[in-house]
Design a protein around this ligand. Structure first.
Ligand SMILES: *[C@@H]1O[C@H](CO)[C@@H](O)[C@H](O)[C@H]1NC(C)=O
Ligand SMILES: *[C@@H]1O[C@H](CO)[C@@H](O)[C@H](O)[C@H]1NC(C)=O
Length: 358
């Protein structure tokens, strides 16, 4: 379904208030406005029953930024499959789902996955680093879309929901996943170009990227434009570009949120990354960014092509085939689970092998 809303948030809120005005006492309306104006500080006192929004306030909207490349599409299809399966499980705070497609036009998945089309950065600005489009995609989506939930989960196509995800954030503190390779303190000189001394120590910058993060919508609205700005300035600075490489855009989000004085709750159980994390346990998201290579004895051969392997990068131009072979005995449960989940999705998604080839 194509979702293109041109009304700004403020305008649609006003419309809503006008409609509600026919049905509710002025007192309730006034308190609604005051609570909305008070933003995140007013949420605790928000009387949900008054306007019948019970239970929607703490839900988060699942937002995944994506392109129309086959590689992005097949991952989104698997992700959306598992979103639908876990969404209504006890303990889940998942709300609706949007694929924010930053290719500037629709693709063949519009009827399968709820999608909001936004523009890519102007020609040349991303300098071939396609993920620079993410912050700009979020700015456009926040501005133009009607988002019912108060919170947003920023997700990526290679995320699989493995346990029902609760809202890990509070209204003032978003929740993020601490990445071991995001090290603000070890990059002080570069950090200072974007996070000046007067803001405090560089350790104020969280060791995170923008995803996975669950964050109150109002906070993301504050951070997102700064995130665009910081990511473009970082890409524009050769020293920073060289030092941060493919994680530049993660640092840009971490810095942007710190510039707004926002600290994240760091949740190691937010996700797991096979093959390094061996068990799913009670973690919530499987992130399959690393290749999983094993020999037939079940020993990890990382960096060397394994006799048995699962690596998303083997499928750059089209989807993986259905029914991938399961790993040999001895391979960690996390990897077995990942392959089983991929197989279940590909067995059940209609037109799996024909739809998304490039
Ligand atoms: C980013 O912000 C700085 C400081 O506020 C401003 O001078 C600069 O023009 C902005 N850059 C972009 C690319 O928006
Ligand atoms: C999947 O592949 C295995 C062999 O690896 C085979 O035994 C099984 O029947 C296949 N399942 C389906 C549904 O095709």
């Amino acid at each position: 379904m194509i979702v293109r809303k041109n009304m700004g948030r403020v305008k649609s809120l006003l419309m809503l208030l006008m409609v509600l005005g026919f049905f509710f006492a002025t007192y309730n309306l006034v308190s609604l406005i005051i609570d909305h104006k008070a933003g995140r500080d007013g949420l605790e006192s928000f009387d949900e029953k008054v306007i019948g929004f019970t239970n929607t306030n703490s839900k988060f909207h699942v937002a995944v930024t994506a392109t129309d490349a086959a590689y992005s599409q097949w991952q989104c299809r698997i992700m959306y499959y598992w979103y639908k399966k876990t969404k209504d499980m006890p303990g889940s705070a998942m709300g609706k789902f949007t694929r924010i497609l930053h290719s500037g036009r629709g693709d063949q998945l519009m009827n399968e996955i709820p999608t909001f089309v936004v523009d890519p950065l102007p020609e040349g600005l991303d300098r071939g680093y396609i993920v620079l489009n993410r912050p700009w995609a979020f700015v456009q989506w926040l501005e133009k879309a009607k988002i019912d939930e108060e919170y947003i989960l920023m997700a990526e196509p290679d995320h699989i929901f493995v346990n029902p995800l609760p809202n890990l954030a509070t209204d003032t503190e978003p929740a993020g996943y601490p990445f071991f390779y995001i090290k603000p303190a070890e990059n002080e000189k570069i950090m200072r170009k974007f996070y000046p001394k007067e803001y405090g120590p560089v350790t104020n910058v969280d060791p995170i990227g923008n995803s996975p993060v669950i964050i109150h919508k109002f906070l993301l609205e504050e951070i997102a434009p700064t995130w665009v700005n910081v990511s473009l300035r970082m890409k524009d600075d050769p020293e920073t570009d060289k030092a941060f490489g493919w994680v530049l855009e993660m640092y840009a989000y971490a810095v942007a949120s710190a510039l707004h004085g926002i600290k994240h709750i760091l949740r190691k159980d937010f996700m797991l990354q096979p093959p390094w994390d061996l068990e799913v346990g009670k973690k919530f998201i499987i992130h399959y960014t690393y290749g999983c290579d094993y020999n037939m004895q079940g020993k990890l051969t990382y960096g060397k092509i394994g006799e048995w392997r699962f690596d998303k990068r083997s499928y750059l131009t089209g989807p993986p085939p259905k029914n991938l072979s399961l790993p040999p005995p001895g391979v960690p449960e996390s990897v077995v689970r990942l392959v089983k989940m991929v197989n279940e999705a590909t067995a059940n998604i209609p037109n799996w092998e024909s739809l998304n080839r490039s």
